[in-house]
Design a protein around this ligand. Structure first.
Ligand SMILES: [Zn+2]
Length: 427
């Protein structure tokens, strides 16, 4: 008690004599600003940043005296991009061999080193936030990467992590090996209601922001043309996962590709449907009514189809039709690529924008899926997703006008996260 009193006294004395140092101000001149909320871009806007946050956005404004000026007057400035479906701990999963090799021949520390590289790639491409949807057997290494990024030890996007994900016994790789072998699992194996609740508690205790479960597997077309699937969890198990997660104040993402898996996930009350290729009209209506988000991950489907064969090529076409229908009905769509399923080093995540526009969105709608829309799914629309006073200063910039040509987003030339510049090619 004595010692604490002395500390308080000396801090108070310091405060008495030394004025708080003024926070560094950065003034960004944006030639064109897409702020993520307005319908029209603003030309010649001044974005004033103090510390981690945006303090004002003024059309035609002039930088205050003493502020550091970043001149992006030849560029279009947008909110930092958000990819809501990634796997930083995975490096290509077209074939079973590629997947199994990562779990059997690579240590988790080795995979974590590659994950740090992947995080840097994402940031370089303008993605300042990722929702990373499971480590594929790398346990809680996503939490460690998130911690290292938060502490500034390595550069990377802000991560929302989901740790191990869940599937019942025998329904997720590694599969097909001799019963004599004890093998690692790509998920936490969960059977029964009590086990489901325990798994949710364990994952959240170890740092999971989101809970993910695999709602289905084994995708096949019915005679009526609908993409079906085998449902993994019993109704009680799926409800236990969702119920416990919500009770603890977190959200649930469900991998669901076939219509049967999507239906089961919606009955359980999940917050987002991942992939969703086989979504029926009735399921799209249910998602609109419940406000459930859809994360289409079109890039991964197209990337793995040639190597996987079977139904995968047809599923790309099915998903195009599903996308057009869902867009017309007003299903909430959040940008997600499933990068890691395809190699981080081979395809830029921004490819996903091309599909959204090709399938019927306006460029502005597509941009919103990766900014304000994604921020809403993540429950942090108060901090992320738009460029306005009070938000975290996550900004990216591209040459030219992405509203006229969405492929401009393939090359992000400027990246700022929380007021720190990681890349600037416009100097
Ligand atoms: Zn995935």
């Amino acid at each position: 008690m004595h010692r604490w009193f002395a500390v308080i006294l000396s801090v108070a004395a310091l405060g008495w004599r030394v004025a708080e140092p003024a926070q560094k101000q950065i003034a960004v001149r944006a030639g064109r600003l897409i702020d993520g909320k307005g319908d029209q871009p603003v030309s010649q806007a001044l974005i004033l940043i103090e510390g981690q946050r945006i303090v004002s956005v003024t059309p035609g404004g002039a930088p205050p005296a003493g502020a550091e000026v970043i001149d992006l007057s030849r560029a279009t400035v947008l909110p930092g991009l958000i990819d809501t479906h990634t796997h930083v701990l995975l490096n290509e999963d077209v074939t079973q061999e590629q997947y199994d090799e990562q779990l059997l021949k690579q240590s988790i520390p080795y995979r974590a080193i590659l994950a740090a590289r992947n995080a840097r790639i994402a940031l370089d491409h303008g993605f300042t936030t990722l929702r990373d949807l499971e480590t594929e057997g790398a346990m809680y290494a996503d939490v460690d990467l998130k911690t290292a990024i938060d502490r500034g030890e390595v550069p990377g996007p802000r991560l929302f992590v989901s740790t191990r994900a869940m599937a019942p016994t025998g329904m997720y790789p590694l599969l097909g090996y001799s019963w004599e072998l004890e093998l690692p699992h790509g998920v936490q194996v969960v059977d029964g209601v009590e086990n489901a609740r325990l798994a949710v508690r364990e994952q959240i205790a170890h740092g999971a922001d989101w809970i993910k479960f695999y709602a289905d597997r084994g995708y096949f077309y019915g005679p009526e043309g609908v993409l079906h699937s085998h449902v993994n969890f019993t109704e009680d198990e799926a409800r236990a996962i969702v119920g416990e997660t919500h009770r603890l104040g977190h959200r649930v993402a469900a991998h669901a590709i076939g219509s049967d898996g999507i239906a089961a996930a919606l009955r359980a009350g999940v917050d987002s449907i991942e992939h969703g290729d086989g979504m029926t009209e009735a399921e799209a209506d249910e998602m609109v009514q419940k406000g459930t988000y859809w994360v289409p991950t079109i890039t991964v489907g197209a990337a793995v189809a040639p190597g996987r064969g079977g139904n995968w090529q047809k599923m790309v076409e099915t998903e195009r039709q599903t996308f057009q229908r869902a867009l017309k009905k007003g299903v909430k769509i959040a940008f997600g690529t499933d990068v890691g399923g395809f190699a981080w080093t081979r395809i830029n995540q921004a490819q996903e924008f091309h599909y959204y526009v090709e399938y019927g969105m306006t460029p502005l709608q597509a941009i919103r899926t990766a900014t304000s829309g994604a921020a809403e799914l993540l429950g942090c629309a108060d901090r992320l997703g738009t460029i306005e006073a009070g938000k975290l200063a996550d900004l990216v910039a591209v040459a030219g006008d992405p509203l006229a040509d969405i492929t401009r987003l393939d090359h992000v030339g400027f990246v700022m996260k929380e007021g720190v510049v990681y890349k600037n090619e416009f100097k």
